[in-house]
Ligand binder design. Structure first.
Ligand code: ADP
Ligand code: MG
Length: 469
């Protein structure tokens, strides 16, 4: 039974979370439809409850039926098994999970948003996950335009010129979160009245379409979508090459747009690169606003980590936060995965999160954590410290603040890496090796003369050494 549940869970969470939170669970017994599972600590139990209760409920429903129940047994701190299982009342089916990043129950109609019946019953499930809000969508240079355009659309759906709104960006950069936040914002604004907001992934849209085609219910399918006031279609790149589905979407798009309904889409690349989408669709995508999400910059990563840890009520020292932000610079989903593992690890070994624990955890989960000191890294830390960009260190500018930062970065490149003077010069916009010698001398002077930059240099050194220590 538990392995059936696990199979469903695995479909619905990422590998990282699955390994961290579900693999350590042991099934203990199944008595009269009550499944007891053992979790390694109280914290585990709380975390599962907080984050996965709906998923667990759905999995139990699916495998044991409506009368199925779940109980936890928590291994208590002294190492003995708690023999009083917590009885946990799982809430009933709820649409809180939405279905986008929500549930995927193979062969089940549990979360199908396209219940043709509902056209008549007017059951309007938006498939929004209320965890995705603007409030917890951290703003940064990487997402400012998309976020504010999204917010504007949410205040006046269908009325701004941002129709359609197209958000694009790589995996894990916050597309789904943002468009769901728009949906939630509209839903929570009573002044907008009772709008039918629908979130649907392009994959689901396609599957429903094929289903409707097979069962001769295209008319119902279309009618269903024509009732929508705010259509959120996630990951439109999935429609590539699916001619019939695109045609259907084209009709729906036109109808909704003409009637002042809001259309919001996401894609993993800019519209011009959407290969396999019909030209007439692409040209419509350009009617409104296209906004991109970039990989988060250092400051945004810091803010996201702080926010997530705060939300979980966990204290993490500043140096750990900076270490994580420097080390994980790919995307926000990966960052979250690492935080989850770190929290789990701290809970398993019953230690506070410190730099040592962070480093050892990362070693196991992030492929080739880079512990080598590199010129790139030094440039990143130094420019960050002075609120510049690494580009400024390579540029020609002779502005005083640039010069100082550049010299300090050169100095550390010489001190902490094996690069030759020539190679260092090359990494700083193709400068001469004599410039590097001069920089090293200047910084040595600053250090010995007690100049006002001395303190800064020492602080930067501390930040740099976090990485290799
Ligand atoms: P995408 O759809 O682009 O692949 P998601 O929207 O699923 O990415 O985001 C991945 C994870 O990162 C989600 O858990 C989301 O809540 C989180 N996330 C993304 N952007 C932000 C942000 N700006 N602030 C806070 N969390 C974010
Ligand atoms: Mg997504």
């Amino acid at each position: 039974v538990w392995s059936n549940c696990l199979a469903i869970i695995k479909e619905n969470v990422n590998d990282q979370s699955f390994k961290t939170w579900f693999m350590p669970i042991k099934p203990l017994q199944l008595v009269e439809n009550v499944l007891t599972i053992q979790v390694p600590s109280q914290f585990f139990y709380e975390y599962l409850e907080e984050h996965y209760v709906y998923l667990l409920r759905a999995a139990i429903d699916h495998v044991l039926g409506k009368s199925g129940r779940l109980e936890y047994s928590v291994v208590v701190d002294n190492g003995f098994e708690g023999n009083q299982p917590y009885t946990v009342n799982l809430p009933n089916k709820s649409n809180r999970n939405g279905d986008g990043n929500g549930l995927n129950l193979k062969g089940s109609d549990y979360s199908s948003p396209f219940e043709l019946k509902s056209v008549e019953d007017s059951v309007r499930d938006s498939h929004l996950n209320d965890q995705y809000t603007f409030e917890n969508y951290i703003e940064g240079d990487c997402n400012r335009l998309a976020r504010s355009a999204g917010f504007a659309v949410a205040q006046k759906p269908g009325i701004t010129s941002f129709n359609p709104l197209m958000v694009y960006g790589g995996v894990g950069l916050g597309k789904t979160h943002l468009v769901q936040a728009i949906g939630n914002e509209i839903r929570n604004n009573i002044e907008l009245g009772n709008k039918f907001i629908l979130y649907v992934s392009s994959e689901k849209f396609t599957n429903q379409f094929i289903e409707a085609l097979k069962s001769n219910r295209l008319q119902q399918f279309q009618n269903f979508y024509l009732q929508v006031d705010v259509l959120i279609l996630d990951d439109v790149q999935f429609l590539a090459g699916k001619e019939k589905t695109q045609e259907m979407f084209f009709h729906i798009f036109n109808h909704l747009h003409q009637n002042g309904k809001q259309i919001i889409m996401t894609s993993d690349c800019p519209p011009k690169d959407l290969k396999g989408l019909q030209e007439r669709l692409l040209s419509r995508f350009k009617w409104g606003l296209t906004a991109d999400l970039q990989t988060p910059d250092f400051e945004t990563r810091i803010a996201i980590i702080e926010r997530k840890m705060q939300a979980d009520g966990i204290h993490v020292p500043k140096n750990v936060i900076e270490y994580l932000a420097y080390t994980i610079d790919t995307n926000i989903r990966e960052l979250e995965g690492v935080l989850i593992s770190l929290i789990a690890q701290a809970s398993l070994v019953r230690k506070d999160i410190d730099l040592e624990l962070a480093k050892s955890t990362l070693k196991h989960i992030v492929e080739d954590v880079d512990t080598e000191m590199s010129i790139d890294y030094i440039q990143e830390v130094v420019s960050e410290y002075y609120n510049l960009s690494p580009k400024d260190l390579k540029a020609k500018s002779r502005k005083k603040e640039y010069v100082i930062a550049r010299q300090i970065a050169m100095y550390f490149s010489k001190e902490l890496t094996q690069h030759s003077l020539k190679s260092i010069g090359y990494h700083f916009g193709g400068r001469d090796h004599s410039t590097v010698i001069h920089a090293v001398q200047s910084v040595n002077d600053m250090l010995s003369s007690g100049s006002k930059h001395k303190g800064e240099i020492q602080e930067i050194e501390k930040k740099l050494k976090v990485k290799v220590s």
